[in-house]
Design a protein around this ligand. Structure first.
Ligand SMILES: Nc1nc2c(ncn2[C@@H]2O[C@H](COP(=O)(O)OP(=O)(O)OP(=O)(O)O)[C@@H](O)[C@H]2O)c(=O)[nH]1
Ligand SMILES: [Mg+2]
Length: 309
């Protein structure tokens, strides 16, 4: 079966093949995997790429150990259009949320502080992979303990912070976590709240919470359905799909809301701008759908674009 890959994939492949340093190779390979086609015919190829990635990472850890250095487990390379960090008290259910929403299988246990290093999973939404990271537990005083620089650094880098609170103590845990975020200068970030373990209570008292609150039961995989969409909406970006011949890539290019055809062409491949003749843009409910457009044409969420050079 032919592999129907789009331009982004070839750009990533080229970068991977040129990369010399192991860290560069790993970054390029991660990009390549996320740009790889998702259909059935390409499954084997994706599997091979993932295997190669695991090998490279293992080799890097061995090399770091040989050098006597310690690779920071908090230096998480962001992948995908958004990074979402899960922050909460011990045993609030962060690992359970990560396991319910992503491919990650972190250890879930009633013992507090089970998660000692960040755990990473892919949260799927509309053919995009958001990166979801569970951070080790935070409690009042964590910030002042001075050991938490890396922990809060991770949260600072992220697009969204999800506070996972135990529904039975939701108001106290919420205000305790907000105090820590405030001290770290992170209270202004996009914040969502997951009130977890709602199966154990009859009523939740979070009326005064200024952020969206999801009533959830992670161990039963309930109440978390809307989270990925909330993350997407909070980014304020648009999805643009590339079409080649009859094939439209299911994985969108994620773009700024005021993007034009020029930005899209640049994103597909910077060299395409030189040979650009025109593009066609298909848009739902538009009478001009499929018409020829130029570089200054403004794109909207959901547009499909084909570039002709
Ligand atoms: N009843 C109930 N129990 C839950 C729920 N979610 C998680 N638990 C339980 O709560 C305990 C802690 O869950 P974890 O997901 O490990 O919590 P955590 O926040 O990752 O904990 P640490 O990593 O130790 O900070 C486990 O025994 C889970 O089975 C839920 O929705 N309802
Ligand atoms: Mg955990």
């Amino acid at each position: 079966m032919p592999i129907n890959a789009d331009a982004a994939y070839f750009v990533a492949k080229d970068r991977y093949e040129r990369a010399k340093m192991p860290a560069e190779k790993i970054a390029a390979l991660e990009e390549l995997i996320s740009a790889a086609p998702t259909h059935k015919g390409a499954e084997k190829m994706r599997g091979q790429l993932k295997k190669k990635l695991a090998e490279l990472k293992a080799a890097q850890i061995v090399a770091a150990k040989k050098r006597g250095g310690k690779a920071s487990l908090y230096a998480i390379r962001k992948t995908g259009p958004a990074q979402v960090v899960l922050v909460g008290y011990p045993s609030a259910g962060k690992s359970s949320v990560l396991a319910a929403l992503t491919n990650a299988r972190p250890e879930v246990s009633p013992t507090p502080y089970t998660t000692k290093v960040p755990q990473i999973g892919a949260l799927k939404f509309s053919e995009m992979d958001f990166q979801m990271v569970e951070l080790p537990a935070i409690v009042p005083g964590t910030y002042d303990s001075g050991k938490a620089g890396e922990l809060f650094g991770c949260a600072r880098n992220a697009e969204c912070i999800v506070l996972v609170v135990d529904a039975r103590k939701a108001p106290e845990q919420f205000s305790g976590l907000m105090d820590e975020l405030r001290k770290a200068g992170l209270a202004g970030k996009t914040i969502f709240v997951v009130a977890n373990k709602c199966d154990l209570i009859s009523s939740l008292h979070m009326e005064s919470c200024p952020f969206p609150v999801l009533k959830a039961s992670a161990s039963k995989a309930r109440g978390l359905e809307g989270l990925a969409e909330m993350v997407w909406a909070s980014l304020g970006k648009i999805r643009v799909y590339t079409r080649k011949g009859e094939n439209t890539d299911r994985r969108p290019m994620v773009m700024e809301p005021d993007s034009t055809v020029r930005d899209a062409v640049r994103m597909i491949h910077k060299d395409f701008l030189e040979t650009f003749r025109f593009a066609r843009v298909w848009r739902r409910n538009s009478p001009h759908s499929g018409s020829r457009v130029g570089l200054d044409f403004s794109l909207r969420d959901g547009d499909v674009i084909a570039v002709f050079g």
